[in-house]
Write a protein that binds this ligand. Structure first.
Ligand code: ATP
Length: 412
Protein backbone atom coordinates (compact mmCIF):
# COMPACT_ATOMS: atom_id res chain seq x y z
CA UNK A 1 0.00 0.00 0.00
CA UNK A 2 1.24 3.49 -0.82
CA UNK A 3 2.12 5.42 2.28
CA UNK A 4 1.37 9.06 3.05
CA UNK A 5 4.28 11.26 3.99
CA UNK A 6 4.15 14.42 6.07
CA UNK A 7 5.83 17.80 5.91
CA UNK A 8 5.27 19.67 9.15
CA UNK A 9 6.47 23.24 9.09
CA UNK A 10 7.97 24.66 12.22
CA UNK A 11 9.12 28.13 13.13
CA UNK A 12 10.53 29.84 16.17
CA UNK A 13 7.26 29.48 18.02
CA UNK A 14 6.75 25.78 17.48
CA UNK A 15 6.99 23.53 20.51
CA UNK A 16 8.88 20.98 18.49
CA UNK A 17 10.40 18.98 21.34
CA UNK A 18 6.99 18.25 22.89
CA UNK A 19 5.54 17.35 19.51
CA UNK A 20 8.34 14.88 18.73
CA UNK A 21 8.04 13.37 22.18
CA UNK A 22 4.28 12.84 21.81
CA UNK A 23 4.76 11.20 18.39
CA UNK A 24 7.36 8.82 19.77
CA UNK A 25 5.20 7.95 22.76
CA UNK A 26 2.18 7.29 20.53
CA UNK A 27 0.36 10.03 22.42
CA UNK A 28 -0.27 12.44 19.57
CA UNK A 29 -3.95 12.90 18.81
CA UNK A 30 -3.45 14.96 15.66
CA UNK A 31 -1.65 12.29 13.69
CA UNK A 32 -3.83 9.39 14.82
CA UNK A 33 -2.63 7.03 12.11
CA UNK A 34 0.82 6.93 13.74
CA UNK A 35 -0.49 6.11 17.20
CA UNK A 36 0.25 2.43 17.49
CA UNK A 37 3.26 2.48 15.25
CA UNK A 38 6.92 2.36 16.00
CA UNK A 39 8.81 5.58 15.26
CA UNK A 40 12.51 6.43 15.00
CA UNK A 41 13.98 9.91 15.29
CA UNK A 42 16.59 11.36 12.95
CA UNK A 43 17.85 14.59 14.47
CA UNK A 44 20.94 16.53 15.39
CA UNK A 45 20.35 15.79 19.07
CA UNK A 46 20.25 12.04 18.43
CA UNK A 47 23.53 12.31 16.53
CA UNK A 48 25.07 14.31 19.38
CA UNK A 49 24.00 11.61 21.81
CA UNK A 50 25.84 8.94 19.80
CA UNK A 51 28.93 11.17 19.61
CA UNK A 52 28.83 11.72 23.35
CA UNK A 53 28.47 7.98 24.05
CA UNK A 54 31.41 7.29 21.78
CA UNK A 55 33.51 9.95 23.51
CA UNK A 56 32.75 8.73 27.00
CA UNK A 57 32.44 4.96 26.66
CA UNK A 58 34.10 4.28 23.31
CA UNK A 59 30.89 2.61 22.09
CA UNK A 60 30.33 2.32 18.37
CA UNK A 61 26.70 2.10 17.31
CA UNK A 62 26.11 3.94 14.07
CA UNK A 63 29.67 3.47 12.82
CA UNK A 64 30.13 -0.23 13.57
CA UNK A 65 32.80 -1.67 11.28
CA UNK A 66 34.29 1.74 10.44
CA UNK A 67 37.70 3.03 11.52
CA UNK A 68 36.59 6.61 11.87
CA UNK A 69 34.86 8.14 14.88
CA UNK A 70 31.44 9.71 14.30
CA UNK A 71 32.78 13.03 15.60
CA UNK A 72 35.45 13.28 12.92
CA UNK A 73 33.06 12.47 10.05
CA UNK A 74 31.70 15.26 7.90
CA UNK A 75 28.02 16.17 8.40
CA UNK A 76 27.03 14.25 5.27
CA UNK A 77 28.87 11.13 6.45
CA UNK A 78 27.32 11.41 9.92
CA UNK A 79 23.78 11.72 8.60
CA UNK A 80 24.20 8.82 6.20
CA UNK A 81 25.47 6.63 9.05
CA UNK A 82 22.57 7.65 11.30
CA UNK A 83 19.93 7.05 8.63
CA UNK A 84 21.30 3.61 7.78
CA UNK A 85 21.34 2.68 11.45
CA UNK A 86 17.75 3.87 12.03
CA UNK A 87 16.50 2.05 8.94
CA UNK A 88 18.15 -1.14 10.19
CA UNK A 89 15.75 -0.96 13.16
CA UNK A 90 12.79 -1.29 10.74
CA UNK A 91 10.67 1.55 12.10
CA UNK A 92 7.10 2.13 10.83
CA UNK A 93 7.74 5.84 10.64
CA UNK A 94 10.77 8.05 10.63
CA UNK A 95 10.70 11.54 12.14
CA UNK A 96 13.24 13.72 10.33
CA UNK A 97 14.02 16.91 12.21
CA UNK A 98 15.41 19.44 9.69
CA UNK A 99 17.32 16.65 7.93
CA UNK A 100 18.94 18.89 5.32
CA UNK A 101 20.55 21.30 7.74
CA UNK A 102 24.35 21.34 7.51
CA UNK A 103 24.23 19.42 4.24
CA UNK A 104 25.61 20.70 0.96
CA UNK A 105 23.65 20.45 -2.26
CA UNK A 106 25.14 17.08 -3.28
CA UNK A 107 24.65 15.48 0.13
CA UNK A 108 21.07 16.82 0.22
CA UNK A 109 20.47 15.19 -3.15
CA UNK A 110 21.99 11.89 -1.88
CA UNK A 111 19.75 11.96 1.18
CA UNK A 112 16.69 12.70 -0.97
CA UNK A 113 17.48 9.73 -3.22
CA UNK A 114 17.84 7.46 -0.19
CA UNK A 115 14.55 8.67 1.31
CA UNK A 116 12.83 8.19 -2.01
CA UNK A 117 14.07 4.59 -2.02
CA UNK A 118 12.61 3.80 1.40
CA UNK A 119 9.32 5.66 1.14
CA UNK A 120 7.37 2.49 0.27
CA UNK A 121 8.54 0.86 3.53
CA UNK A 122 8.46 3.67 6.03
CA UNK A 123 6.24 6.70 6.63
CA UNK A 124 8.27 9.89 6.60
CA UNK A 125 7.37 12.73 8.93
CA UNK A 126 9.55 15.68 8.07
CA UNK A 127 9.81 18.61 10.48
CA UNK A 128 11.18 21.51 8.49
CA UNK A 129 11.71 25.22 8.79
CA UNK A 130 12.64 25.96 5.15
CA UNK A 131 10.09 25.61 2.35
CA UNK A 132 12.71 24.48 -0.16
CA UNK A 133 13.31 21.38 1.96
CA UNK A 134 9.94 19.69 1.30
CA UNK A 135 10.46 16.20 -0.13
CA UNK A 136 8.86 15.90 -3.58
CA UNK A 137 6.73 12.87 -2.66
CA UNK A 138 5.13 14.58 0.36
CA UNK A 139 1.34 14.56 0.23
CA UNK A 140 0.27 15.76 3.71
CA UNK A 141 1.07 19.22 5.05
CA UNK A 142 0.73 20.92 8.41
CA UNK A 143 2.19 23.70 10.46
CA UNK A 144 3.07 23.49 14.13
CA UNK A 145 2.31 26.73 15.93
CA UNK A 146 2.96 26.49 19.65
CA UNK A 147 1.61 23.01 20.29
CA UNK A 148 -1.27 23.26 17.81
CA UNK A 149 -1.14 21.57 14.45
CA UNK A 150 -2.88 23.31 11.51
CA UNK A 151 -3.48 21.35 8.32
CA UNK A 152 -3.00 22.54 4.73
CA UNK A 153 -3.58 21.04 1.28
CA UNK A 154 -0.15 22.05 0.02
CA UNK A 155 2.90 24.03 1.05
CA UNK A 156 1.91 27.05 -1.06
CA UNK A 157 -0.91 27.82 1.35
CA UNK A 158 1.54 28.56 4.13
CA UNK A 159 2.27 32.20 4.88
CA UNK A 160 4.84 33.75 2.54
CA UNK A 161 8.12 34.98 3.94
CA UNK A 162 8.13 38.57 5.02
CA UNK A 163 11.59 39.95 4.57
CA UNK A 164 12.77 41.95 7.56
CA UNK A 165 13.32 45.65 7.50
CA UNK A 166 17.06 46.10 7.48
CA UNK A 167 18.62 47.33 10.68
CA UNK A 168 18.40 51.09 10.48
CA UNK A 169 20.53 52.08 13.48
CA UNK A 170 24.32 52.29 13.22
CA UNK A 171 26.66 49.61 14.46
CA UNK A 172 27.91 50.64 17.94
CA UNK A 173 31.53 51.77 18.16
CA UNK A 174 34.29 49.31 19.17
CA UNK A 175 34.85 49.33 22.94
CA UNK A 176 38.66 49.24 22.58
CA UNK A 177 41.43 49.07 20.06
CA UNK A 178 43.24 45.84 19.17
CA UNK A 179 47.00 46.02 18.88
CA UNK A 180 47.13 44.47 15.43
CA UNK A 181 47.61 46.85 12.56
CA UNK A 182 48.86 44.70 9.68
CA UNK A 183 46.80 44.37 6.55
CA UNK A 184 46.91 40.56 6.31
CA UNK A 185 45.29 38.64 9.18
CA UNK A 186 45.55 35.06 8.02
CA UNK A 187 47.61 33.57 5.25
CA UNK A 188 47.78 30.00 3.98
CA UNK A 189 50.54 29.43 1.45
CA UNK A 190 50.36 25.99 -0.10
CA UNK A 191 48.87 24.29 2.96
CA UNK A 192 47.99 20.61 2.59
CA UNK A 193 46.34 18.26 5.08
CA UNK A 194 46.00 14.47 5.20
CA UNK A 195 44.21 12.25 7.68
CA UNK A 196 45.82 8.81 7.67
CA UNK A 197 46.16 8.22 3.93
CA UNK A 198 43.29 10.42 2.87
CA UNK A 199 44.20 13.77 1.34
CA UNK A 200 41.79 16.46 2.56
CA UNK A 201 43.32 19.80 1.52
CA UNK A 202 45.70 20.26 -1.31
CA UNK A 203 47.97 23.24 -1.74
CA UNK A 204 45.62 25.83 -0.29
CA UNK A 205 46.49 29.48 -0.87
CA UNK A 206 44.26 31.92 0.92
CA UNK A 207 45.08 35.41 2.05
CA UNK A 208 42.54 37.02 4.38
CA UNK A 209 42.84 40.77 4.84
CA UNK A 210 41.55 43.39 7.22
CA UNK A 211 37.87 44.29 6.82
CA UNK A 212 37.07 41.68 4.16
CA UNK A 213 33.75 39.86 4.11
CA UNK A 214 34.21 36.23 3.05
CA UNK A 215 31.93 33.30 2.59
CA UNK A 216 33.66 29.92 2.89
CA UNK A 217 31.85 27.38 0.74
CA UNK A 218 32.42 23.76 -0.06
CA UNK A 219 30.59 20.51 0.06
CA UNK A 220 30.48 18.29 3.14
CA UNK A 221 33.87 16.86 3.90
CA UNK A 222 35.69 19.39 1.71
CA UNK A 223 37.72 20.59 4.69
CA UNK A 224 36.04 23.82 5.84
CA UNK A 225 36.16 22.86 9.51
CA UNK A 226 39.74 21.67 9.08
CA UNK A 227 40.80 25.10 7.78
CA UNK A 228 38.88 26.96 10.48
CA UNK A 229 40.27 24.78 13.26
CA UNK A 230 43.83 25.37 12.02
CA UNK A 231 43.15 29.11 12.15
CA UNK A 232 41.65 29.04 15.65
CA UNK A 233 44.48 26.86 16.94
CA UNK A 234 42.46 23.73 17.69
CA UNK A 235 44.00 21.61 14.95
CA UNK A 236 47.73 20.83 14.98
CA UNK A 237 47.80 19.98 11.26
CA UNK A 238 49.04 23.47 10.43
CA UNK A 239 52.36 23.06 12.29
CA UNK A 240 55.41 23.25 10.12
CA UNK A 241 53.41 24.59 7.18
CA UNK A 242 53.29 28.05 5.66
CA UNK A 243 50.33 29.09 7.78
CA UNK A 244 50.44 32.57 9.27
CA UNK A 245 47.95 33.62 11.90
CA UNK A 246 48.09 37.31 12.77
CA UNK A 247 51.55 37.41 11.26
CA UNK A 248 52.90 34.51 13.33
CA UNK A 249 53.95 31.33 11.62
CA UNK A 250 52.05 28.38 13.03
CA UNK A 251 54.22 26.51 15.51
CA UNK A 252 56.61 29.42 16.07
CA UNK A 253 55.72 29.68 19.75
CA UNK A 254 52.67 31.88 19.23
CA UNK A 255 50.22 31.99 22.09
CA UNK A 256 46.89 30.26 21.41
CA UNK A 257 45.38 32.59 23.98
CA UNK A 258 46.56 35.66 22.02
CA UNK A 259 45.04 34.18 18.85
CA UNK A 260 41.73 33.41 20.53
CA UNK A 261 41.53 36.93 21.98
CA UNK A 262 41.45 38.32 18.46
CA UNK A 263 38.81 35.96 17.09
CA UNK A 264 35.07 36.12 17.65
CA UNK A 265 33.60 32.71 16.95
CA UNK A 266 29.99 31.69 16.66
CA UNK A 267 28.49 28.34 15.89
CA UNK A 268 24.94 27.34 16.91
CA UNK A 269 26.15 24.74 19.43
CA UNK A 270 27.79 27.50 21.53
CA UNK A 271 24.27 28.54 22.51
CA UNK A 272 23.89 25.24 24.36
CA UNK A 273 26.72 26.16 26.75
CA UNK A 274 24.59 28.89 28.28
CA UNK A 275 22.45 26.72 30.49
CA UNK A 276 22.13 29.10 33.47
CA UNK A 277 19.70 31.95 34.04
CA UNK A 278 21.18 34.86 32.12
CA UNK A 279 19.30 37.97 31.13
CA UNK A 280 19.43 39.19 27.55
CA UNK A 281 21.41 42.27 28.63
CA UNK A 282 23.97 40.19 30.51
CA UNK A 283 24.41 37.89 27.55
CA UNK A 284 25.55 40.85 25.44
CA UNK A 285 27.80 42.20 28.20
CA UNK A 286 29.43 38.79 28.69
CA UNK A 287 30.67 39.12 25.10
CA UNK A 288 32.94 41.90 26.37
CA UNK A 289 34.36 39.79 29.16
CA UNK A 290 34.59 36.46 27.25
CA UNK A 291 32.77 34.68 30.05
CA UNK A 292 29.80 32.37 30.19
CA UNK A 293 27.50 34.49 32.32
CA UNK A 294 28.41 37.54 34.33
CA UNK A 295 30.13 37.38 37.71
CA UNK A 296 30.91 41.03 38.42
CA UNK A 297 28.67 44.08 38.29
CA UNK A 298 28.80 45.54 34.79
CA UNK A 299 30.20 49.04 34.38
CA UNK A 300 28.16 51.94 33.01
CA UNK A 301 30.17 51.83 29.78
CA UNK A 302 29.40 48.13 29.34
CA UNK A 303 25.71 48.75 30.01
CA UNK A 304 25.58 51.60 27.53
CA UNK A 305 27.16 49.49 24.82
CA UNK A 306 24.78 46.60 25.50
CA UNK A 307 21.88 49.02 25.20
CA UNK A 308 23.09 50.25 21.81
CA UNK A 309 23.42 46.69 20.51
CA UNK A 310 20.02 45.67 21.83
CA UNK A 311 18.45 48.74 20.27
CA UNK A 312 20.09 47.84 16.98
CA UNK A 313 18.63 44.32 16.98
CA UNK A 314 15.33 45.61 18.33
CA UNK A 315 15.49 43.74 21.63
CA UNK A 316 15.97 46.50 24.16
CA UNK A 317 12.41 46.05 25.37
CA UNK A 318 13.20 42.47 26.40
CA UNK A 319 16.60 43.19 28.00
CA UNK A 320 15.55 41.64 31.33
CA UNK A 321 14.02 38.51 29.83
CA UNK A 322 15.83 35.27 30.40
CA UNK A 323 17.92 34.22 27.43
CA UNK A 324 16.75 30.61 27.56
CA UNK A 325 13.08 31.64 27.44
CA UNK A 326 13.53 33.25 24.02
CA UNK A 327 12.88 31.72 20.60
CA UNK A 328 15.75 30.12 18.74
CA UNK A 329 15.86 32.97 16.20
CA UNK A 330 16.12 35.57 18.97
CA UNK A 331 18.83 33.59 20.77
CA UNK A 332 20.88 33.33 17.59
CA UNK A 333 20.69 37.07 16.93
CA UNK A 334 21.78 37.77 20.48
CA UNK A 335 24.67 35.32 20.23
CA UNK A 336 25.74 36.91 16.98
CA UNK A 337 25.64 40.40 18.48
CA UNK A 338 27.56 39.00 21.46
CA UNK A 339 30.33 37.82 19.13
CA UNK A 340 30.36 41.21 17.38
CA UNK A 341 30.31 43.51 20.40
CA UNK A 342 34.12 43.66 20.76
CA UNK A 343 34.63 44.20 17.03
CA UNK A 344 37.21 41.40 17.01
CA UNK A 345 39.75 41.60 14.16
CA UNK A 346 38.35 38.29 12.86
CA UNK A 347 34.77 37.05 13.19
CA UNK A 348 33.99 33.45 12.21
CA UNK A 349 30.35 32.44 11.84
CA UNK A 350 30.20 28.70 11.35
CA UNK A 351 26.86 27.63 9.82
CA UNK A 352 25.06 30.21 11.94
CA UNK A 353 21.67 29.85 10.28
CA UNK A 354 21.30 26.06 10.63
CA UNK A 355 17.86 25.23 12.03
CA UNK A 356 16.44 28.75 11.62
CA UNK A 357 13.24 29.38 9.71
CA UNK A 358 13.35 31.49 6.54
CA UNK A 359 12.38 34.65 8.33
CA UNK A 360 14.93 34.38 11.14
CA UNK A 361 17.67 33.38 8.70
CA UNK A 362 16.98 36.48 6.60
CA UNK A 363 17.15 38.68 9.69
CA UNK A 364 20.41 37.07 10.72
CA UNK A 365 21.94 37.59 7.25
CA UNK A 366 20.87 41.25 7.34
CA UNK A 367 22.71 41.78 10.64
CA UNK A 368 25.87 40.11 9.34
CA UNK A 369 25.81 42.18 6.12
CA UNK A 370 25.44 45.36 8.10
CA UNK A 371 28.25 44.57 10.55
CA UNK A 372 30.63 43.27 7.88
CA UNK A 373 30.24 46.46 5.83
CA UNK A 374 30.26 48.96 8.67
CA UNK A 375 33.13 47.60 10.80
CA UNK A 376 36.84 46.92 10.30
CA UNK A 377 36.30 43.33 11.34
CA UNK A 378 37.08 40.60 8.83
CA UNK A 379 34.10 38.26 8.62
CA UNK A 380 34.09 34.63 7.46
CA UNK A 381 30.62 33.13 7.06
CA UNK A 382 30.49 29.38 6.54
CA UNK A 383 27.33 27.91 5.09
CA UNK A 384 26.16 25.12 2.84
CA UNK A 385 23.19 26.97 1.56
CA UNK A 386 23.43 29.95 -0.61
CA UNK A 387 21.97 32.10 2.12
CA UNK A 388 19.37 34.38 0.53
CA UNK A 389 20.19 37.97 1.34
CA UNK A 390 23.79 37.35 2.42
CA UNK A 391 26.09 39.66 0.56
CA UNK A 392 29.79 38.74 0.96
CA UNK A 393 32.49 40.54 -1.07
CA UNK A 394 34.47 37.37 -1.68
CA UNK A 395 33.86 33.64 -1.71
CA UNK A 396 36.49 31.02 -0.95
CA UNK A 397 35.23 27.90 -2.70
CA UNK A 398 36.65 24.45 -1.90
CA UNK A 399 36.34 21.90 -4.70
CA UNK A 400 36.89 18.26 -3.78
CA UNK A 401 38.94 15.91 -5.92
CA UNK A 402 40.95 12.71 -5.37
CA UNK A 403 44.03 14.55 -4.19
CA UNK A 404 42.11 16.63 -1.65
CA UNK A 405 40.23 19.91 -1.99
CA UNK A 406 41.56 22.81 -3.97
CA UNK A 407 40.50 26.38 -3.20
CA UNK A 408 39.33 29.15 -5.52
CA UNK A 409 38.62 32.79 -4.84
CA UNK A 410 35.44 34.15 -6.40
CA UNK A 411 34.55 37.84 -6.33
CA UNK A 412 30.89 38.28 -5.57
N1 ATP B 1 40.40 13.48 13.07
C1 ATP B 1 40.08 13.00 11.87
N2 ATP B 1 40.43 11.77 11.48
C2 ATP B 1 40.10 11.28 10.28
N3 ATP B 1 39.43 11.97 9.34
C3 ATP B 1 39.04 13.21 9.65
C4 ATP B 1 39.34 13.80 10.93
N4 ATP B 1 38.81 15.05 10.96
C5 ATP B 1 38.24 15.24 9.75
N5 ATP B 1 38.37 14.14 8.98
C6 ATP B 1 37.87 13.99 7.59
O1 ATP B 1 38.34 15.11 6.85
C7 ATP B 1 37.37 15.50 5.89
C8 ATP B 1 37.11 16.99 6.02
O2 ATP B 1 36.38 17.23 7.21
P1 ATP B 1 35.86 18.67 7.61
O3 ATP B 1 35.07 18.46 8.86
O4 ATP B 1 36.98 19.63 7.64
O5 ATP B 1 34.88 18.99 6.38
P2 ATP B 1 33.78 20.11 6.28
O6 ATP B 1 33.93 20.74 4.94
O7 ATP B 1 33.83 21.01 7.46
O8 ATP B 1 32.48 19.21 6.32
P3 ATP B 1 31.01 19.57 6.86
O9 ATP B 1 30.49 20.61 5.95
O10 ATP B 1 30.27 18.30 6.71
O11 ATP B 1 31.12 19.99 8.29
C9 ATP B 1 36.14 14.60 6.11
O12 ATP B 1 36.14 13.56 5.17
C10 ATP B 1 36.35 14.04 7.50
O13 ATP B 1 35.79 12.76 7.61
Amino acid sequence: MTKSHWAIFTDNNSLKGDFIHSLQKGANNDLKELKDLNGALFSKKVLERFIDEEDRHDTKVINVGKNQSVKSMSSGEQKKALLNYLLSLNPDFLILDNPFDNLDVESQADLKVRLNQVRMDVIIVQLISRKEDVLPFTDRFAKLTGKELYFYDNSEQLTPIELPKSFDKSIPEPPFHYDYDKDILIELKGVSVKYLDKAILQNIHWSIKKGEFWELRGRNGSGKTTILSMITGENPKGYGQELYIFDNKKGSGESVWEIKKRIGYFTPSITDKFTGYHSVEHMIISGLTDSIGLYTKPSEIQKRLAKQWLQLIDMWSIKDHLFHDLTMGQRRLIMCARAMVKHPPLLILDEPTAGLDDQSAALFAALVNKFAKASNTTTIFVSHRKEPGLNPDLIYQLEVDDQGSKGYVIKN
